[in-house]
Structure formats: C-alpha cells, structure tokens
Design a protein around this ligand. Structure first.
Ligand SMILES: [Fe+2]
Length: 200
C-alpha cells in the first residue's frame, strides 16, 4: 500500500489526488486507483506536534492477541484496510512500534469478555502498520471511531481515537477532532483507510 515510508515518499504521496475522499464526500474508485497510496494524514513536517491524545474510554482491555487481521469468518460489516506509518516528530519512521487497536462491531458493541475486534501489532522495519477489520458501528453518544494505543519501542504510550470522514455524527460528538480523521477511499466491497501517527 505504501511504497516507501521515507519522508520524501510521504510528501510525494501527499500529491496523489486520485482516490482520496475529502471529509464530507465519498468517491467510488476502481481497484487500480486503490493501490495508489493514500495521502499521509497529516503530512509530516519536521517539528510538527505529535498526534493528538484522546481518552481511552471504558472498553480498553490489556493483553490483546498479536494480529493484523481482526476480521473473522462471518463477521458483519464493511471491510476496511487501514494502513499508515508511525513517525517521530522529525518525520523518521519508527520500526517496532506497538499499535493496539480495539473497536465496536457493526452493531456498536464491544467484546468485553473476549478479544473480538481487538489486536496489537508492531510496525515493520519501515515504520508501517496494516490493520484489516470492519468499519465499526455507532453506539449512543459517539460518532464512528476506532481506538488505538501507539507506543514507540521504550517510549511513552499515545492513546487516541481515529475518525471517519463524512459521518453525520462527527459534528455532534464532543470528542471528535478533525486532526484525527483518517483518509478513506471506497473500493468495491471494502474501504481503504490511511492514518499516520506522529509520536513525541
Ligand atoms: Fe469507543
């Protein structure tokens, strides 16, 4: 999905307009366009602020299984592949950073007894991660979101939430922040998402 995670490549990817869905609109694209990397979110500039932290909420559970694939056979919901890079504030990709994702199912329910739709993984040598899951459902009081904790090797944990563009409830959710919007591109039967984390 992401050719090279160097800063240059990230900046170059920012110029790729095809298939990018701006907040508030959805644009159907073909499969070949989907293979074009989505623009970095946010484009990393040396010395930028770290990705905004948010509350972990009531449903985090430690000790999730290590896996990039949260999809299970028969799981309802639109499939999503979320990819991105974990970067330093100097825009250097971080290998071996931990990402721990947890989210609701398509009915807005969290699995609090088991580990359904929960999993952790580590960035590769080029700082990349890749999550395959479903688009989470809505639950009362919240817009659509995915929770994540990001921890560079030996570093501090960033806890935050990622949001989806074009969601009516983004405006009414007090936790929603534009800076935490992923970029998405709609494909036949699945959604491509991208979000790059900048950690302090
Ligand atoms: Fe939540």
């Amino acid at each position: 999905m992401i050719d090279t995670p160097t800063r240059r490549a990230v900046l170059r990817a920012g110029g790729v307009g095809a298939g990018i869905v701006a907040a508030g609109s959805m644009l159907a694209i073909d499969r070949s366009a989907a293979e074009t990397p989505l623009a970095a979110t946010p484009a990393c500039h040396d010395g930028d602020e770290a990705t905004l932290a948010q509350t972990e909420g009531p449903y985090f559970k430690p000790s999730s299984p290590e896996r990039v694939e949260l999809l299970e056979a028969g799981m309802a919901g639109q499939q999503i592949e979320l990819v991105g890079i974990v970067l330093t504030r100097g825009c250097q990709p971080l290998a071996g950073a931990l990402l721990d994702f947890w989210q609701a199912d398509d009915k807005g329910r969290y699995d609090n007894s088991g580990f359904r739709l929960r999993g952790h993984q580590f960035t590769d040598a080029e700082g990349r991660y890749r999550l395959r899951s479903i688009v989470p459902g809505l639950y009362p009081g919240r817009t659509r979101h995915i929770h994540v904790k990001v921890q560079p090797r030996g570093g501090r944990i960033l806890t935050t939430q990622l949001y989806f563009p074009g969601e009516a409830h983004n405006r009414s959710d007090g936790l929603f922040r534009m800076e935490l919007l992923m970029r998405t591109a709609k494909n036949e039967g699945w959604l491509a998402g991208r979000f790059d984390f900048v950690v302090g």
